[in-house]
Design a protein around this ligand. Structure first.
Ligand SMILES: Nc1ncnc2c1ncn2[C@@H]1O[C@H](COP(=O)(O)OS(=O)(=O)O)[C@@H](OP(=O)(O)O)[C@H]1O
Length: 390
């Protein structure tokens, strides 16, 4: 009887213990945490993301490699997408800039950034010196001298200094001439040193001090169009200084109010009497040493004018059709010579600006005024630019 009772209680106790153990496993906190960790890990592996504490790599070259490692994936398109974003974190110095192409002349190196002197050793070896110009462009305002100067400097053997005023004449001392020489660009013996706008050459003894073969180029354009261009230019300068400082209207500037005649004394008009300038150059340098270029034809197509200039200066033929390309935006030509990448289009804010319409009566008066001067020039210089006879 006793034995039977004990056996029954033991079985009951075992059942109770079993139930308690079951309950313990079911509601144990340790089990819950471990499950959560496992599901997070799985989730992360299936959906890789860059978390805040994963620093973006800073070397662009290692970018994809490092990302693959961090994310433990090899899916290239996905990495490339993320790599794009990494630019946001990459400092400028990390991105390797492409070096500009450099082209070497005797005394200068040329790149898109401009021209820089070569090393003293190379300049010395190539015989680079500051030389007096052997050819000059006698600048007449707004006729295209600026562009012609730039285009000439595309030629491999030409170095040309822009607007350098010659020492004041009429009697130039050797010392003054030497100072002028020092303002020229460096050139080797095989190169042609040139300058634009050599003021002060119209009189005096300068020709005797220069190379006896020195040559002068004059580029001219329709004098009425030139006068308007001059007006636009002057108005632009005044507007830059002060918005209030306006020029009087074109008509008022060029017509004498008392007579209604063209006022030949204002510089806007006087600058277009090209014969005066030509005559002085011819007297100084001799007729064979002065070339008059058609600035209107130059705007239409610079190539034939550049070839003509090349021949006059005795340069080797260089200019080609592909060296000049018309800009669709401005309608003007731009230079396109690979070895002189710093020269391209003229600044449209100062060259090729729109001209105002002028009334027909004023236009006729202006052409009538200029005609005798233009015809005289055509005869004396032996030129036949069509617009000279308008
Ligand atoms: N390729 C090209 N691009 C732009 N402009 C060109 C070009 N060729 C000639 N031109 C004409 O040159 C005129 C300016 O002449 P200059 O260079 O002699 O002007 S300046 O006196 O040095 O300010 C300038 O006059 P505006 O049009 O009145 O601005 C142009 O008509």
């Amino acid at each position: 009887m006793l034995r039977a009772t004990l056996k029954k209680n033991r079985t009951f106790g075992a059942i109770v213990i079993l139930i308690l153990l079951q309950m313990y496993y079911m509601f144990s906190p340790t089990l819950n945490v471990s499950e959560k960790t496992t599901s997070e890990a799985l989730n992360r592996r299936n959906n890789p993301v860059c978390t805040d504490n994963q620093q973006p790599p800073r070397q662009p070259d290692d970018r994809n490699k490092t990302l693959s490692k961090v994310l433990n994936v090899t899916d290239a398109p996905a990495i490339n997408d993320i790599a794009k974003d990494i630019h946001k974190y990459t400092s400028k110095s990390d991105i390797k800039m492409k070096e500009p192409e450099v082209f070497y002349g005797d005394c200068y190196a040329y790149s898109i950034a401009g021209m820089t002197k070569r090393t003293p050793e190379i300049m010395n070896m190539n015989g680079c010196e500051k030389r007096l110009p052997k050819a000059m462009i006698r600048g007449i305002k707004k006729c295209g001298t600026g562009i012609l100067t730039k285009y000439l400097s595309l030629h491999p053997v030409v170095v040309i200094e822009g607007e350098v005023l010659a020492p004041p004449g009429p009697h130039f001392t050797a010392d003054a001439l030497d100072k002028w020489r020092l303002r020229m660009k460096w050139s080797s013996p095989r190169m042609l040193s040139m300058t634009g706008k050599p003021m002060g050459f119209t009189s005096g003894n300068i020709k005797n001090l220069l190379d006896q073969n020195a040559k002068v180029i004059i580029i001219i354009r329709d004098p009425v169009v030139r006068a308007i261009s001059d007006y636009v230019h002057e108005r632009g300068i005044l507007l830059q200084k002060s918005s209030k400082a306006l020029l009087p209207p074109f008509n008022e500037m060029v017509i004498k109010p008392e007579t209604g005649e063209i006022n030949g004394n204002v510089s806007i008009i006087a600058n277009g009497r090209y014969i005066d300038k030509y005559q002085k150059m011819k007297n100084n340098f001799g007729p064979d040493r002065v070339l008059v270029l058609d600035g209107e034809a130059f705007i239409q197509d610079p190539l034939p004018i550049m070839k003509q200039t090349e021949r006059f200066l005795g340069l080797s033929p260089f200019f080609k059709r592909e060296h000049f390309q018309k800009s669709p935006e401005t309608g003007f030509y731009c230079a396109n010579v690979r070895e002189r990448p710093h020269i391209a289009c003229a600044n449209p804010k100062i060259k090729g600006r729109p001209h105002p319409e002028i009334n027909d009566a004023i236009s006729k008066k202006l052409y009538d005024y200029y005609r005798p001067f233009s015809l005289e020039l055509a005869k004396k210089a032996g030129i036949d630019f069509p617009w000279l006879f308008q």
